[in-house]
Design a protein around this ligand. Structure first.
Ligand code: AMP
Length: 427
């Protein structure tokens, strides 16, 4: 006798998870809203490869950012190409804009995506290694109205999802010229205080001073509170652009908060940057989405100068908020009839009846795996389906069906050929 060897279980990779049917109740709710409003606002859907040339992300996101330094899932193919699973969507969209000659399309081009992203981060609540983002990008439009429109669209999505207590934080980091002046001012401010910073911030000071704004350590937050603010270093054009974005938001009464320390970690941003924060939990993982303008990215990647603005919403975090808010998602089961069968011949007839019902557009459910009438009726009860169609041996032989009303308990026998018409008339 050979003893069965218990195999070691294989778990999903760290920081990844399965999405099960119950999760999709929430996901589909989110997706139906986002798809609807993307359409209404004129955004067309785009899909790009899940992996891209590693250089695309290094050049777009910036060499000294967390994503590029520590978080990319990069690998070499057998042929020696260096590829990376995309850690964010904007770089891929900008690449696709150039590859597909979108500068010749009517401008601006409005694109929308729902994509998985990959970042090698320390997994924790709200932070995974594979997660999903829904993103909107407006390419070929420098007008501040587009920044406001992207924010308005996200706000509409949150409103339609019935999510409350979302705050809009907004700032401007100016263009490359303003930023270089700001960076010098930051270094001047921080250098004499370097010994008081955490180890990470000392590295940031040397490599990418703007990222000093992101630190959550108490002592660094304290030092930051008197640090120079981006807004004071904007040139006239960037200043006017930002003012105009805020005026558009005022026009539609969107409640934004100016956050002078919001810089967002990626190199490609220019001018407006913004985030949507769930009020109450003010730690970083509470940001539900973020975005900004990236006027030089497409040119940096070899395209024509093309101003653009975009946003990415974190789907897992939004779905978590939907769950927490106990929002009613509507009826789960919409079947009009439930099929019950009692012997092998009846099972065949029931199988055919199910097919005919679906073809006739009558939503039906069944429990073909169960044999006893009691357990099948229990399922119909649990699903709250009012009309049950029972086929036993007798009905199978004489081509009839018993229609049972689960609410009143009454039963009638009907011809198999007439059943679809009868059911159509029932509530
Ligand atoms: P970011 O552009 O990095 O700010 O990402 C935009 C949004 O994606 C964030 O506001 C989060 O909602 C979500 N997000 C970012 N990183 C992760 C992650 N590792 N796991 C889950 N969601 C994330």
């Amino acid at each position: 006798m050979s003893a069965k060897i218990k195999q070691e279980l294989i778990n999903p990779p760290r920081g990844t998870t399965d999405l099960l049917p119950n999760d999709f109740l929430y996901w589909d709710y989110f997706l139906s809203v986002i798809n609807k409003y993307a359409g209404i606002y004129g955004f067309g859907k785009i899909e790009t490869p899940i992996m891209e040339d590693t250089d695309l992300f290094v050049r777009s996101i910036g060499e000294t950012t967390d994503i590029v330094e520590k978080e990319m899932f990069s690998f070499a193919t057998r042929g020696g190409d260096k590829l990376t699973l995309r850690p964010e969507g904007t770089a891929s969209v900008a690449r696709a804009y150039i590859t597909n000659g979108m500068s010749k399309w009517s401008q601006p081009v409005k694109l929308f995506y729902v994509w998985p992203m990959f970042r090698y981060e320390r997994p924790q609540a709200g932070r995974r290694r594979q997660f999903n983002q829904a993103g909107f990008e407006i390419l070929g439009g420098g007008d501040p109205i587009f920044d406001a429109q992207i924010i308005q669209l996200c706000w509409t999505v949150f409103e339609k999802l019935k999510l409350k207590n979302i705050a809009i934080q907004i700032n401007s980091i100016g263009d490359a010229k303003c930023r270089s002046k700001y960076r010098s001012a930051l270094v001047d401010y921080y250098r004499p205080r370097a010994s008081k910073l955490c180890a990470n911030c000392r590295v940031r000071l040397a490599k990418n001073p703007l990222r000093l704004m992101d630190c959550k350590e108490e002592k660094c937050v304290l030092i930051r509170s008197s640090a120079p603010q981006t807004i004071d270093y904007l040139c006239q054009e960037c200043h006017d652009h930002f003012k105009s974005v805020l005026e558009y938001l005022d026009e539609i009464n969107l409640p934004y908060m100016l956050n002078p320390y919001l810089v967002r970690g990626l190199d490609y941003y220019t001018k407006t940057v913004f985030e949507f924060i769930s009020e109450g939990d003010e730690y970083r993982q509470s940001s539900l989405g973020g975005g900004g303008r990236y006027d030089t990215l497409i040119e940096m990647l070899g395209g024509e100068p093309t101003p653009a603005v975009g946003v990415a919403l974190g789907i897992e975090r939004i779905v978590e908020k939907i769950k927490e808010a106990n929002i009613s998602l509507g009826k789960k089961v919409s079947a009009k009839v439930f099929l019950v069968q009692l012997c092998d011949l009846a099972k065949k007839k029931s199988f055919k009846l199910f097919n005919d019902l679906i073809e006739a557009g009558v939503p039906a459910m069944e429990s073909f795996g169960r044999g006893s009438i009691k357990s099948q009726l229990r399922v119909a009860n649990r699903l709250k389906i009012k009309n049950v169609l029972i086929i036993g041996q007798k009905e199978a032989l004489d081509n009839t069906v018993i229609i049972r009303d689960m609410e009143s308990g009454t039963q009638e026998v009907a011809d198999r050929a007439k059943i679809i018409n009868i059911i159509r008339k029932k509530k």
